[in-house]
Write a protein that binds this ligand. Structure first.
Ligand code: PRP
Ligand code: URA
Length: 216
């Protein structure tokens, strides 16, 4: 893990070799839908491991077959995983295997191809979102419009503790999210060079939703 730099105080780049290798496979244009989807799920688990590093634990008295002693178990607020549709879905579906008791929310947004602004079409969140630690997922943080809007939707619903977990990001998107939501930590596998004229991350991996679902 690369510690946060002073200019990007709340960004964690989870650059473990396994993460970087899987990300390179996702970038490869030859990688087909099945493998891309599997890699996105595997990477999400590894990113969740990093994003959830600061979850609290408390001792619980348990008996092994040999002895009774105090052992750490998760404590503190319960968790919510919130997917930004479509592409974030593959991430929450993987992460919920790690945290089966987590509640799962969905925020539907698509990026208008002309304006690059997010268009909201759906929102269904756990009723007790205010009491939960929220991990919002989207593979791509490009202009940052979608993530910033989704985080605003979560805050409007009462969420107070939010982390953004994304596979790929760029400085532009990070800056937009940090400006709008300086309280939200971002966990990402890599920060790419920037955006092209169509708002795509370069070198990037293409359109995440299309590559996950085979729609192009
Ligand atoms: C992609 C991606 C993000 C968004 C990022 O979704 O999954 O949600 O673009 O771009 P931004 O940072 O510039 O807002 P898309 O709009 O393609 O919708 P989809 O997931 O339904 O394909
Ligand atoms: N959305 C994607 O899926 N890919 C990008 O590169 C930018 C936005």
């Amino acid at each position: 893990m690369t510690p946060s730099s002073p200019t990007a105080a709340r960004v964690t780049v989870a650059d473990h070799p396994l993460i970087l290798h899987k990300l390179s496979l996702m970038r490869d244009v030859r990688t087909g839908v099945k493998e891309f989807r599997e890699l996105a799920g595997e990477l999400s688990l590894l990113l969740a491991y990093e994003a959830m590093r600061d979850l609290g634990t408390e001792p619980e008295r348990l008996s092994t077959p040999l002895e009774t002693a105090d052992f750490p178990t998760l404590s503190g607020k319960k968790l919510a995983l919130v997917a930004i549709l479509r592409a974030g879905l593959v991430m929450t579906e993987a992460m919920v295997k790690l945290i089966p008791a987590a509640k799962v929310g969905h925020i539907g947004l698509y990026r208008d191809p002309e304006t690059l602004k997010p268009v909201a079409y759906y929102s269904k969140l756990p009723q007790d979102i205010a009491e939960r630690r929220v991990f919002v997922t989207d593979p791509m943080l490009a202009t940052g419009g979608s993530a910033a809007a989704a985080i605003q939707t979560l805050k409007d619903a009462g969420a107070q503790s939010i982390k953004l977990v994304c596979i790929l990001s760029v400085p532009e998107g990070i800056a937009v999210v940090q400006a709008a939501h300086p309280d939200v930590e971002i966990v990402t596998a890599a920060i790419d060079t920037g955006l092209n004229d169509h708002g795509y991350i370069v070198p990037g991996l293409g359109d995440a939703g299309d590559r996950i679902y085979g729609t192009k």
